[in-house]
Design a protein around this ligand. Structure first.
Ligand SMILES: [Zn+2]
Length: 335
């Protein structure tokens, strides 16, 4: 059987919708708020969506914008930065107040930044810098408290002709957990793989621990043993508090702003599996050491999971998620 390219298959199966959307996005670009828990796969899906609509999408990450601001403030005069951002703050906020709001950015660690007004101004500036493009916004809103600010942004950009949508990348707990728990990183090049979900092509066996492990297969690197990083072995449990805030955010959006909210599930119920192709399903890799042949034997099988009610479902590949999402988008543009 010929090998099927999942990306080509994604493009083939959405051709009608993409052709139609391609024209419509020119008149009415999208403003997508990508929301998802840790290891939900937002980044991969965002990249695939950009591949599906070349030249249409820009990705804006709230975290990156905050880090860039911090970097600038370490090199440039705070007044100059405040001047540039001023037009993106509400009119009733004075120059002194902007200055005060920027000050914590000079000192704080990027991940601890919570100054919503500043983040909002940075996002408005980034959006103004990419006119007429559809936008995937990652990292905002982060909590139910920021929804009001996101709605301000929506109000502003709806007037500019954008189509706003909150997109929940809905990935089951077990899937997120396995993505973290089985992650291994190359100590030299930092390339990361997953020993059960997207393994390296090179393996070896450790007779002391009885473990099969991966070797880095990056072209410009060495065949070095890939290792687990701190906290990865705790899996999704380590992210429990942050993930709960994201869940609260999603629940809030579905309840209060259903017209702006879609959840696309990254799971295929067992009863629907015949509507999908084998390459839509995520496989798990099993690695076993054959002591006779002295080699690692690799086998794969579809990843079947069980939800809280004991119902079976399959984990879908990211391309499959994007197919579902493009069809959903197409429906939104038809009303
Ligand atoms: Zn490496």
């Amino acid at each position: 059987m010929p090998e099927i390219d999942p990306i080509q298959s994604m493009l083939d199966r959405t051709e009608t919708e993409r052709t139609d959307l391609d024209a419509k996005l020119k008149d009415k670009p999208l403003l997508l708020f990508f929301i998802g828990q840790k290891a939900s796969g937002k980044g991969t899906r965002s990249k695939l969506l950009q591949k599906a609509f070349p030249d249409h999408f820009e990705q804006i990450s709230a975290g990156d914008l905050a880090r860039e601001l911090q970097q600038r403030l370490s090199e440039e005069d705070i007044e100059k930065v405040a001047d540039e951002l001023a037009e993106h703050f509400p009119e009733n906020i004075s120059r002194e107040e902007i200055h005060e709001m920027l000050e914590p950015f000079v000192e704080l660690e990027g991940s601890r930044l919570k100054a919503t007004e500043v983040i909002l101004a940075l996002i408005k500036k980034a959006l103004a810098d990419t006119p007429e493009k559809s936008i995937i916004l990652d990292g905002f809103p982060r909590s139910p408290e920021q929804v009001e600010n996101a709605l301000e942004l929506i109000d502003h950009f709806e007037q500019e002709g954008y189509y706003p949508l909150f997109v929940n990348v809905d990935t089951p707990y077990e899937v997120r957990d396995a993505r973290m728990r089985h992650r291994r990183v190359c100590p030299i090049c930092q390339n990361s793989k997953n020993i059960t979900l997207w393994p390296s092509t090179k393996f070896d066996y450790d007779p002391d621990s009885g473990e099969v492990f991966m070797l880095c297969d990056e072209e410009n690197c060495e065949l070095v043993r890939m290792v687990a990083k701190d906290y990865d072995d705790q899996g999704a449990e380590a992210m429990k508090d942050r993930d709960q805030i994201t869940q609260d955010l999603v629940d809030h959006l579905h309840e209060h702003h259903p017209e702006y909210t879609v959840s696309i599930k990254n799971a295929i119920p067992e009863e629907n599996v015949d509507q999908y192709e084998p390459h839509d399903l995520t496989e798990v890799t099993n690695l076993e050491w054959d002591p006779e042949k002295k080699e690692v034997v690799v086998s794969t099988e579809p990843w079947v999971l069980e939800d809280e009610e004991g119902k079976k479902y399959y984990s879908g590949n990211p391309e499959t998620w994007v197919v579902d999402f493009i069809k959903e988008l197409h429906k939104h543009y038809e009303d």
